[in-house]
Write a protein that binds this ligand. Structure first.
Ligand code: NAD
Length: 499
């Protein structure tokens, strides 16, 4: 019998009531292992009512007491990580070591959010005018929602929830319907850590649940991560309904390879950043841009050789570099991009389409695929592939390489590999991309800095984690106060100014 998953509302698992379900696969075997309930509008609005009631108490706790819940959560998730990582791998398909990294990068934002008492301190001006003090405070928004993608089922929910909860909000998470079990386990761990019931809720679902969140007045902010068309839809709909929104979308991350770079180091970095997690990372490098013919020829040869050694297999197996893609549809979509690139004139250096993993013939595997001679007008250059496909798009000189990363519609991450500090500095300053790596292939900023892409990789003005996240999840109230005896002096009809 297929296991039936639940929602997690008001501190308990709640069976789905809509009668609609989605299949949850084990991508390594291709088998359906569970079904996840897809919430109706009524189920979502009931969960919002629960969260609204719970937030009143939680928001009134002092910030240090709230932070202690996060500190206890850190202990619990540390003990649970081996089991949680395996659970993550069986639904997502990434290797267990990679799943541990997914959890760890989320944990680091909880560590950061535990410093909330400091981050929530307001500002104060004494004597702004005669006898007048001005101070501002940061207050929680109320109930906020997170809508998250399949590719980091631990990290991204924790990126959203950590600062939101620490700031005193209640949270409704609508995780990806493709791998909902890790978010449900995270909800159990928060409860065990002492979070009051109803403060962190998981509502599983699809567009119907998302639309219910976007149109309900009681939801004050929406944090989204996923593909660009949905990010733009959620940003527009949330704004039209008077909500704050931060919505992060797709990517096409370039790595510029200068002629002075160490090409063995570059090739190793590209193999890890291009094929790790089967390329299903928003910060994966999907475009290598070698500068000059000599660099391009040498890099292509090194990559073509290294790709042959990659080990693809089941997520739980030892010695595997990357596992299956998340779904059969994803495999078909990526194969479509590969065929289109061949048809449009790309040079195929490695073709992963024929890969079969012994004993796992039904799994969603795709071998590493490598293209050379990709030009900027080809489909595979313009669109996000989100699979184990690396393309080489050559540039004649540095300015052309810089323009490629700058002109692309996505602007999530970019890297430059060089031994020249001046070139690296020029690139970091001028490129129109949100996160830059200098000799670092996947420049995901650390928890106390902020994460966010530019152009069509990010909609909204405040980034994830770091100080921005506390600005996003709080509203500022500014008090101008005076305690003089002169309040009875009579009305003043001119605009108050500070003398
Ligand atoms: P997705 O857009 O399909 O789904 C993301 C979320 O939106 C899920 O919770 C899903 O249920 C919901 N959703 C899907 N269709 C919807 C619709 N029509 N209306 C309302 N909600 C809908 O994305 P995905 O396939 O889960 O994740 C992969 C994408 O996420 C890639 O494009 C990747 O680049 C991107 N991503 C971006 C970042 C970033 O920080 N920029 C990080 C991770 C992933």
């Amino acid at each position: 019998m297929t296991r039936e998953l639940t929602h997690f509302i008001n501190g308990q698992h709640v069976a789905g009531a809509s009668g609609r379900f989605g299949d949850v696969y084990d991508p390594s075997t291709g088998a359906v292992q569970a079904r996840v309930p897809l919430a109706s509008t009524v189920e979502v609005t009931d969960a919002i009512a629960v969260a609204e009631a719970a937030q009143r108490e939680w928001g009134a706790w002092n910030p240090q007491r709230r932070a202690r819940v996060l500190l206890r959560f850190l202990d619990l998730i540390a003990k649970d990580t081996p089991a949680l990582a395996r659970l993550l791998s069986t639904e997502h398909g990434k290797t267990v070591d990679d799943a541990k990294g997914d959890i760890q990068r989320g944990v680091e934002v909880i560590e950061f959010a535990a410093g909330a008492p400091h981050l929530l301190k307001g500002e104060y001006t004494t004597g702004a005018g005669t006898g007048i003090d001005v101070y501002s405070m940061r207050q929680p928004l109320g109930v906020v929602a997170g809508i998250t993608p399949f590719n980091f089922p631990a990290m991204i929910p924790l990126w959203k929830a950590g600062p939101a909860l620490a700031a005193g909000n209640a949270f409704i998470l609508k995780p990806s319907e493709r791998d909902p079990s890790v978010p449900l386990r995270i909800a159990e761990l928060f409860l065990e850590a002492g979070l009051p019931k109803g403060v962190f809720n998981v509502v599983n679902g699809d567009k119907e649940a998302v639309d219910a969140l976007l149109t309900d007045d009681r939801i004050k902010a929406v944090g989204f991560v996923g593909s660009t068309p949905i990010a733009q839809y959620i940003y527009a709909t949330a704004a039209a309904n008077g909500k704050r929104a931060q919505c992060f979308g797709g990517a096409k991350n370039h790595m510029i390879v200068m002629p002075d770079a160490d090409l063995d180091q570059v090739a190793d970095a590209l193999i890890g950043a291009g094929y790790g997690s089967a390329g299903e990372r928003c910060m994966a490098i999907s475009v290598a841009v070698p500068v000059g013919k000599e660099t391009g020829d040498a890099l292509a040869a090194k990559l073509a050789e290294r790709v042959t050694h990659l080990r693809v297999g089941p997520a739980l197996a030892d010695g595997v570099d990357y596992g299956p893609l998340v779904s059969a549809d994803a495999v078909e979509r990526v194969k479509g991009y590969i065929q289109t690139a061949i048809d449009e004139g790309g040079t195929l250096l490695a073709d992963g389409r024929g890969l079969v993993v012994d004993g796992h013939e039904e799994g969603f595997y795709l071998g590493p695929t490598l293209f050379d001679d990709i030009s900027t007008d080809m489909t595979i250059y313009r669109e996000e592939v989100f699979g184990p496909v690396l393309i080489i798009a050559r540039a004649d000189d540095y300015e052309q390489a810089l323009a490629m990363a700058t002109d692309h519609e996505f602007g999530n991450g970019a890297a430059i590999f060089t031994r020249d500090g001046d070139t690296a500095r020029d690139f970091s300053t001028r490129v129109e991309v949100g996160m830059i790596g200098v000799n670092v292939p996947i420049p995901v900023p650390i928890a106390y800095h902020t994460f966010g892409g530019w152009k069509r990789s990010g909609f909204g003005d405040l980034n994830q984690h770091g100080p921005d996240s506390f600005r996003f999840y709080t509203k500022t109230k500014t008090v101008t106060s005076r305690w003089p005896s002169g309040l009875k002096e009579g009305a003043s009809f001119v605009m108050p100014t500070m003398h």
